[in-house]
Design a protein around this ligand. Structure first.
Ligand SMILES: Cc1cc2nc3c(=O)[nH]c(=O)nc-3n(C[C@H](O)[C@H](O)[C@H](O)COP(=O)(O)OP(=O)(O)OC[C@H]3O[C@@H](n4cnc5c(N)ncnc54)[C@H](O)[C@@H]3O)c2cc1C
Length: 396
């Protein structure tokens, strides 16, 4: 599915292509191809972030008044499609796609003036402190506590599975500020926390794919200014839910999925596997899924275009579909490798060194990508939880 492009759109597409030829260097493309995680390697991501910022294109979905591009729907689609085709690194979503819209919507004028420009420039990088041991799907049971002490909160507790906490200098976190009440969603507040604060410890967790992307974060008497609370005290659940809509539904995933599938088709061709009817059928089925996802994403973008947020139902639907399609693609990748899937690459990040197992750049990351992709249907809310939301919204 392709929107109809007029002469201005085509000129814009050419401008994007020229920019990519100039600024998207081969080493960035190679690092992206060899990346094994949903998130780019931090150094790769930040190099690309800064290049986009210098051009004023780092926040395509933000309004102009906050330093975004203000692009209409069709330009955002062109942008995502061209970047995916060219193999550009995805940017970290935690600031631009998650904390940013929340600060725009619920933040004070001071918070907007301080945080949004630093998010755009890459001076601040963010991590998400929602999940805790025992409080993932059941997020409202969280127990990290923030006790008021003058113009500060004192935070004690722990967050887990915190992606890139070892790179981020800021965290947005849900904490319990109120007394225990019958409705657990009450008494939760949304804080912006400086990761350099005394009392914070970040402990790495190594994933099945061999990557270090998630962590457990401990808070021991961490002082956070009250001025860094977003929204009213106790209003954190409303803020958190708004943010989750952007986490699950604020992206255009189809273009990137299509580019990944096309690379696999090319690999299958090189390996002489395209004549296998079972494989051809499996690839076609994924292609149809990508087409359907793209149609839905364009529909969602049209609602965002007129100033609405994605909405709970549709953002859950999108999260469910893109994560499952991503897993199908990584399954196909392992299938294409055959016996080569037994070769294990230990080097991380992979773009830093040559292949220890003798595989080429296309084959090398596929097994680790497959293992890493097991997490796609867990993070951002598991598939079971997304299905529950969809069922509740549709069936009542
Ligand atoms: C790679 C990765 C990165 C992550 N990054 C972050 C991050 O940056 N910040 C952050 O805050 N969190 C992060 N998470 C945490 C993620 O949001 C949680 O793992 C997720 O919400 C599931 O919670 P849980 O792990 O506690 O599992 P549980 O909630 O214990 O669920 C275990 C299983 O039970 C099922 N289940 C639970 N409740 C129900 C129900 N009511 N109905 C049906 N089935 C149910 C789940 O679907 C799942 O299969 C990340 C997780 C991963 C794997």
């Amino acid at each position: 599915m392709t929107p109809i492009l007029d002469a201005d759109d085509l000129a814009f597409r050419d401008e994007v292509r020229a920019f990519l030829r100039e600024r998207l260097t081969p080493d960035l493309v190679r690092a992206t191809r060899l990346n094994t995680s949903v998130f780019s390697e931090h150094d790769v991501c930040m190099r690309w972030h800064r290049a986009l910022h210098a051009r004023g294109w780092v926040a395509p979905a933000w309004p102009v008044e906050h330093g975004g591009t203000g692009w209409p729907l069709v330009r955002r689609w062109i942008w995502e499609t061209e970047l995916s085709r060219a193999g550009a690194p995805p940017l970290s979503p935690m600031g631009l796609r998650m904390a940013g819209p929340v600060i725009m919507r619920f933040g004070t004028a001071e918070q907007r003036a301080h945080y949004l420009p630093r998010m755009l420039s890459g001076e601040d990088t963010w991590c998400q402190g929602y999940s805790e041991p025992g409080s993932g799907s059941d997020l409202a049971s969280l127990s990290t506590r923030a006790v008021r002490d003058g113009d500060h909160y004192v935070v004690d507790g722990t967050k887990i599975w915190t992606t890139h906490a070892h790179h981020a200098n800021r965290m947005f976190a849900l904490v319990r500020t109120g007394a225990d009440s019958a409705r657990r969603q009450d008494g939760i507040s949304f804080l912006l926390i400086d990761m350099a604060s005394p009392g914070i410890t970040v402990r790495p967790i190594r994933s099945a794919s061999g990557d270090h992307e998630v962590n457990q974060v401990f808070f021991d008497g961490v002082r956070v200014p009250v001025a860094d609370r977003v929204g009213d005290e106790g209003q954190g659940w409303t803020v958190a839910k708004y943010l989750l809509e952007f986490e699950r539904g604020g992206a255009i995933a189809a273009a990137r999925l299509r580019a990944a599938l096309e690379r696999l088709v090319a690999l299958a061709e090189r390996r002489g596997l395209l004549e296998d009817p079972d494989l051809a059928l499996a690839m076609s089925a994924v292609e149809v899924d990508v087409d359907a996802l793209e149609a839905t994403e364009l529909r969602v973008m049209a609602t965002m275009q007129v100033g609405q947020n994605p909405g709970g139902l549709v953002s859950s639907m999108l999260k469910l579909r893109w994560s499952e399609i991503q897993q199908s693609i990584t399954r196909l990748g392992v299938r294409l490798l055959g016996a080569d899937a037994l070769a294990w690459e230990t080097g991380r990040p992979m773009h830093d060194g040559a292949s220890a197992a003798g595989l080429d750049d296309e084959a090398r990351p596929l097994v680790a990508q497959y293992l890493n992709a097991r997490a796609y249907t867990i993070f951002g809310g598991s598939s079971e939880i997304q299905r529950e939301i969809v069922a509740r919204e549709v069936l009542g």
